[in-house]
Design a protein around this ligand. Sequence first.
Ligand code: ZN
Length: 250
Amino acid sequence: MSTSRFEVYVLGVGDTFSELHRSSALLLVCDGFHLGIDCPDMYRGALRAASERSGRSLQLSDVDTMLITHVHGDHMNGLEGVGFYKRFIDQRRLTLVSSDEVRGSIWEHRLHASMGSLWNGHEHREMGFDSYFEHVRLDWDGGIDVGPFRIQARRTIHHVPTSALLIEAAGRKLGYSSDTAFDPDLLEFLGAADVIVHETSFGPAHTPYASLAALPAELRGRMRLIHYDDSFDVASSAIAPLREGEVFTV
Ligand SMILES: [Zn+2]
């Protein structure tokens, strides 16, 4: 009998404006393999806070693979620091899993300005995406295997190209909406999961809580909320919100 477990560490649950929570991010662990889902600011601090709350050791050196769902800052602002840490401290490249759209803009429009040149004491050296990262393409149709994880992606309704995810490991499935407007078709895709982590936030490119609260009880029972704002009424939510530092088995 397999003793594999598919565990999820909740590194952050907040939206981009939060003064109470870290930005939304998950760390998936199975068979000793760590897969970061999104990379907000102060990533090492997020790992440390989750370590202290969960009583489990989490080190950046254990996280060599990150999936970035989209290029909004609250989902990827930590990537510069993590990329430098991997190069200078761990002396290896970070495996970056993303759609082609994210791969296309993440270096050119986000990271090149700060990571594109390094001074080695004698001269400035020009650096490229491949100096820090190894890209694994997240296909829109079909799935990919990353360590023990089988990952399927689906495009969400958001300001910029964004991947929702259906991730299978140890015979269990996790669904993650990432950022999205309310989308019944997406919910059908995510509905195959044992646990569905869904965003709720304000504005036309996010999902109102009321839309999720009106879903069938069976679906709500498998759902956990993330990306909620500081005024969200956690205590009376009809769908259990994720808490920072929580660890759960899918
Ligand atoms: Zn977003």
